[in-house]
Each structure stands twice: as C-alpha cells, then as structure tokens.
Design a protein around this ligand. Sequence first.
Ligand code: GLN
Length: 265
Amino acid sequence: MCRHLAYLGPPVALRTLLLDPPYSLLRQSWAPRDMRGGGTVNADGFGVGWYPRDPAPGQRRDGGGEPARGGGTPVRYRRDTPIWSDPTLPELAAATSSGAVLAAVRSATVGMPVVATAAAPFADGRWLFSHNGVVRGWPDSVAGLAAELPVRDLLTLDAPTDSALLWALVRHRLRAGAELADAVAGTVAAVTGVAPGSRLNLLLTDGSTVVASVAGHALSVLATADSVLVASEPCDDDPAWRPVPDGRLVVATTSGVRLSALVGA
Ligand code: GLN
C-alpha cells in the first residue's frame, strides 16, 4: 500500500503538500490512516515530481509571454529510503514551488526490489505517473500484455516491478495519441481482464490535468475555486475533502473534477 497525491493550482512550496499538513505524505509514510491491502508503513522510498515555474515575464530570456502553470518537462527527486530520513528533502521542499506536483511514498510489494527507480513518480516527457496497488499473479498474469510492448520499452523499464510495467502500458497508449483518461482507463481494463483482483489506483498528470483510477484502494479529492488536490487519503481535516468510491475514474483540472465509471475494474 503506497500513498500518492497530485496537485494543480497556484504555485505552492512543495513542503505545504508533502511535509506540513497534519496528515501529510510524511506522516502517511509512518502512520497512514487507511491500511487496506496489507503493509503497515510506507518506508521503501519516496518520490516527488514537479513542473518548474516559468521565470517571471521580465526575467525570461525571450522577454515575453505569460508563465504557464505546469508547463514544460517535470523535475523529479526519488530515493529508496523512508521520506522521514531524507536529509535533503526539507530544504528542497521549502525552496521549491510549483503549480503542478505528483508525489508518492512507497511500501514495496513482497518480492519487489527497494530501489529508487521503483519509487513513483515514473516519468517521460511531460508525464508523471504513480501506482498504488498490486498486479495479481505478477508477472505471469500480464505476460501477454507485456508482449504487446516494443521490446525497447521492456528493456528500459525503470525497475522489475508491477508499477513500472503499468507505466510502460500507460505510456504506450499515450504515445499512440490516447487522452490521459483513456490511457489510464484502458490500462486498468486490460490488466483487470488478465489479472482479476489486482489493485490498480493509477495517478497520471501532464501538468494541466490529473487522471486517477480508484480500483482497490482509497482516494479523496479536495477542490477549491482555483486548485485541486487528489490524494490517497485526506491530508487534513478540511470538510471539503470528498472520498471517491471504488470503480471510478477521476479527471481533474483547476476548473473542475469529473467522475465516471471505470469499465472493467
Ligand atoms: N506494487 C507496487 C510496488 O511494489 C506498489 C506498492 C504499493 O502500492 N504498496 O512498488
């Protein structure tokens, strides 16, 4: 059971998402409030990806244009150690602001390696991805799906884990031109078809839209007039947090949150 979150909105210091809230990812790493699916702590690594804020217009070398929220290629910081033990994160998270962030703390599934490259977010181009859950019957159950990927995608998996393969499956759909929502929903349906009972809470962003599947683990959403936070569990006691029922797909932007049925989950 990992815990993950994604934020879109006005730029905020990373620490206000990861470290400061009463039930922050930091706290969820040692005292998660929702423990379904086994595991007790999320201490097998962590990661954060953010879209760097563009320089103010006057400081831009090209001299113009409005800074775009979440534009460009995200930056990542991933480690294979508990988030509470990292000596760099507090300073980094205080000094870094962004309007689009995806972060996770990891509890490795039994048999899967504890390495930094197995920690979310997985990334490619402008996309960031995380998986909370497990693929049942791994790896044999998904051998047929893996065989449909280009061999170079398999040879360059971030890690020999179910989450890394799920990212390769999602990315393959994105590269073929799928919308974020279709890439996530299609992957959940395909994997559920060959590996029933899998827990497939996927989280994907391109810096402007967040897509999340709810299939086996908890997820909640906090939307305000100009921001949205999607998280495995509420980070504070704000009564505006809304739990999302199982079997739903969430598509969130700063202007609204849409829920739909997750077909096949
Ligand atoms: N199975 C994935 C891994 O080992 C995700 C684990 C989880 O959600 N706890 O990384």
